[in-house]
Design a protein around this ligand. Structure first.
Ligand code: HEC
Length: 180
């Protein structure tokens, strides 16, 4: 009986000692952290500050997003198939005579046939009076007239910024003659 009692007692003493040791360990860790924190935080802040200052002073900070939108898609002197592919039209449109242009997002580009029909539609609210103008308007301001059955906001709105006059002219010249 006595043995069992003492072993029970020493067992709880051990638990108590372990508790104290672990407790001290936690306290020590906490106090080290608390002690270190004030010293390290201003240090880190300084590093961040100096990095952002550095980024402000040098160009690479904001350059990529601006540059992407400003880069012209084509010079306008490319062969026609390259011109349509580089400008992205081929991804969304099927264009007869341009082999890689097999897209299905937008209407098949046969403006020689469809151009006069669009201009004659009562819903047409754009400003074009010729097929050539209609094509240029469709590229520069796709929202001016949305071809029935297709959704607005699919064709990009930024072609006016990324295609020069020569590229636009050569595309329109080719597209206005396509009939079926
Ligand atoms: C992300 C897909 C997409 C890209 C890229 C795209 N288009 Fe379109 N395009 C459309 C959609 C969708 C329509 C129909 C809806 C509308 O009228 O805005 C359309 C309509 C047109 C029309 C009117 C067609 C008609 O039958 O009346 C023309 C012309 C046209 N696009 C030319 C082009 C040219 C040229 C390019 C490249 C410089 C181009 N598109 C790039 C999706 C696209």
């Amino acid at each position: 009986m006595k043995k069992t009692n003492s072993s029970k007692f020493s067992g709880s003493r051990e638990t108590f000692l372990i508790f104290i040791v672990v407790g001290c360990g936690i306290m020590a860790t906490l106090s080290v952290n608390l002690f270190n924190q004030p010293a390290s935080v201003p240090g880190e802040a300084k590093v961040v500050e100096s990095t952002s200052q550095h980024q402000k002073d040098t160009l690479p900070g904001k350059a990529p997003s601006v540059a992407l939108l400003d880069v012209p898609l084509a010079t306008g002197t490319e062969p026609l198939d390259k011109l349509f592919v580089q400008s992205g039209c081929a991804v969304c449109h099927t264009i007869p005579g341009i082999a890689p242009a097999q897209g299905r997002e937008g209407p098949r580009l046969v403006l020689g046939t469809n151009g006069p029909l669009r201009l004659a539609e009562p819903q047409y609210q754009g400003t074009a009076t010729t097929v050539r103008e209609y094509i240029q308007e469709s590229i520069l301001n796709p929202g001016a007239y949305v071809v029935p059955g297709y959704s607005d906001r699919v064709m990009p709105r930024w072609y006016g910024k990324r295609l020069n006059a020569m590229a636009l002219d050569r595309m329109a010249e080719y597209l206005e003659d396509l009939k079926e």
